[in-house]
Design a protein. Structure first.
Ligand code: SF4
Length: 217
């Protein structure tokens, strides 16, 4: 698909959804008070795996009400962390990863979240998707964060024709100007939550249906 079509789609979705998605967003649109903090964005993005935004927000708020720094979580009892983050699901697995991640931040990165993809993916439970989200939302670095919504909707629309999210990332990076890379996650995620629902897309209400290869009308 031509570059201008991707830009047009992003512009239409931006008009529809305003600022779009961001870490810690609740379904009622209330913002977390930690939205600009790279450490909390990293932890919230780890918590967000395989759960809904509202559950992520509850778990993150519970955790940050008790522990606020990498040092505090690095020395915390993983069982206590698991109890706090239970709303996000998979509490034991996520607790172990979060405590382990904080130990590495303290020992290797001077208690700061690294900016490079290479350093980020060296942390537990951090793959390319989470690294791209942290780079984009925490540091304002252009990045294409391909989660399930982005991979699914980019293929439905016909922006890409891929099976592998890593290939989707590469292709979207190639077809979209760098200064709009971060908008891809911001707006396709909201579109996937509001209109292009995974099981029952509301194509009749979709503002980009005229540009979609898989509209059901
Ligand atoms: S037309 Fe339907 S399938 Fe295509 S993006 Fe819109 S809601 Fe999704």
């Amino acid at each position: 698909m031509a570059e201008k079509d991707i830009l047009l789609i992003l512009d239409i979705l931006a008009g529809e959804y305003g600022e779009g998605a961001y870490p810690g967003r609740s379904s009622d649109g209330t913002r977390p008070d930690w939205e600009r903090d790279p450490f909390r964005i990293l932890i919230a993005t780890m918590l967000s795996q395989r759960t809904r935004d509202d559950n992520t927000r509850k778990a993150a708020d519970n955790l940050f009400a008790v522990f606020s720094t990498p040092e505090e979580i690095a020395t915390a009892d993983p069982e206590e962390v698991a109890a706090l983050i239970a709303p996000a699901g998979f509490p034991r697995q996520k607790s172990e990863a979060i405590v382990g991640c904080c130990r590495i931040l303290v020992e290797r990165f001077d208690s700061k979240v690294p900016e490079s993809t290479e350093d980020l993916v060296s942390l537990p439970l951090v793959g390319r998707k989470t690294a791209a989200c942290v780079r984009s939302y925490a540091f304002g670095i252009p990045a294409v964060c391909v989660d399930t919504h982005v991979h699914r909707i980019a293929n439905l629309i016909g922006l890409v024709s891929t099976k592998d999210p890593a290939v989707t990332e590469t292709e979207l990076m190639g077809s979209t100007p760098e200064h709009r890379w971060s908008d891809i996650n911001r707006f396709l995620v909201r579109h996937g939550q509001e209109v292009c629902l995974p099981r029952n897309p509301r194509c009749g209400e979709c503002p980009i249906s005229g540009m979609c290869d898989h509209r059901r009308i």
